[in-house]
Design a protein around this ligand. Structure first.
Ligand code: 9MR
Length: 355
């Protein structure tokens, strides 16, 4: 076997993100591509050195786990869990319920009559398979979409069309039964900015969570995805601060689940200039988010710029189609970028003893 090339890249040990996070009561994490974990030794090494929590970018979605209505494929998810166990890393589960990443057979097979059974069976089977090994499950992902026009602001997702809004409570109650020790999480995007659209999304999300709490639906945490932008015309501040305070007052923990910086709006091409703007975007964001004592984890949506979802399709970089995004903490050669140091500093600047 080939020895992994020596780290001319990430800073291991006491300089790692995980150590700086741990010293301030935080978990530092990233979303993992399972094919890369199996094929790229440097990638695996960076994961082991830098993070104390990981999440599968795709491997625990329905489309990956359910090749057929009567089949479960756990190999990829299991590969992540065993890698994490061997390096004392926690694992998040993502996700039980989402309007995307449903298998091809889904729409022809799942009906109003059997949808509840499919939902419950899936959560019992998958949650049961990973029982005791998961730090937190994203039980429901992205259920809010005010522009769909429902009075409650919820998304007209396939699950909504099949089961009505009860699908959310059913999913959480079943998840608690399947894995009583996982933190049950509601994960949402578009709640970060001080603009009208995000303000409405925050209000609808809080309304949903309050209704769930009053109905005694088991929920422990809320994920703030944090797909943010460099060069945005909007600020991040009061709206997000008040949102996080409301979540804390409801007794919910807060996880930053999918942090990355879309730099499509930056008007200049110079790499150093762009990397600096991206790093400052991370720094400003985390200075707000980490001031909230209920925040317990920060995970980025990927590791290096060569594999960010932001480069995976033409629709994702509309303004700069010929310029791959430099959204993450490591460059293509796993060299830490300015963003790495900005995030590490942000962990250091968190006042300790607040958790
Ligand atoms: O990054 C993920 C990409 O590889 C997948 O093709 C896509 C569809 O399954 O999902 C992406 O991850 C999404 C996450 O699961 C939920 N929040 C938004 C993320 C970016 O689209």
């Amino acid at each position: 076997a080939q020895t992994p090339p020596e780290a001319a890249f990430a800073i291991p040990g006491s300089g790692s993100l995980r150590e700086h996070a741990r010293a301030h009561g935080l978990l530092a994490g990233a979303a993992v591509n399972i094919q890369l974990l199996a094929s790229d030794q440097i990638y695996a090494r960076v994961l082991a050195e830098q993070y104390n929590i990981l999440v599968a970018e795709n491997a625990m979605k329905w489309s990956a786990l359910r090749p057929a209505a009567d089949k479960y494929a756990f190999e990829q998810g299991d590969a992540l869990v065993s890698f994490a166990e061997s390096h004392q890393i926690k694992v998040r589960g993502h996700n039980f319920v989402w309007h995307e990443a449903l298998p091809d057979w889904f729409s022809a097979t799942v009906t109003k009559d059997n949808a509840k059974q499919f939902l419950v069976d899936h959560i019992m089977a998958v949650g049961g398979h990973y029982k005791g090994k998961i730090h937190s499950w994203d039980v429901v992902n992205e259920a809010v979409l005010p522009k769909d026009g429902r009075p409650d602001g919820l998304r007209k997702s396939p699950w909504m069309e099949l089961l009505g809004p009860d699908y959310i409570d059913t999913a959480f109650r079943t998840a608690r039964q399947a894995d009583p020790h996982a933190l049950l999480t509601y994960n949402e995007y578009g709640v970060e900015y001080d603009n009208d659209e995000d303000a409405e999304r925050r209000a609808v999300t809080l309304q949903l969570l309050r209704r769930m709490k009053s109905a005694n639906v088991p929920i422990d945490a809320v994920g703030i995805q944090s797909h943010i932008k460099a060069g945005s015309p909007f600020t991040i501040g009061r709206g997000l601060q008040d949102y996080m305070a409301s979540l804390r007052q409801m007794g919910l923990k807060i996880l930053v689940t999918e942090l990355d910086v879309n730099e499509d709006d930056l008007p200049y091409d110079d790499v150093a200039q762009r990397d600096h703007a991206i790093a400052e975007t991370y720094r400003n964001y985390l200075s707000i988010v980490l001031a909230e004592p209920s925040v317990t984890a920060v995970l980025t949506w990927g590791v290096s710029d060569s594999h960010t979802w932001l480069n995976s399709g033409p629709t994702h970089h509309k303004k700069q189609p010929d310029r791959p995004q430099r959204a993450l903490l490591f460059d293509d050669a796993y060299q830490p970028k300015e963003a790495f140091f900005a995030i590490r500093d942000s962990f250091d600047n968190r006042k300790s003893g607040r958790l």
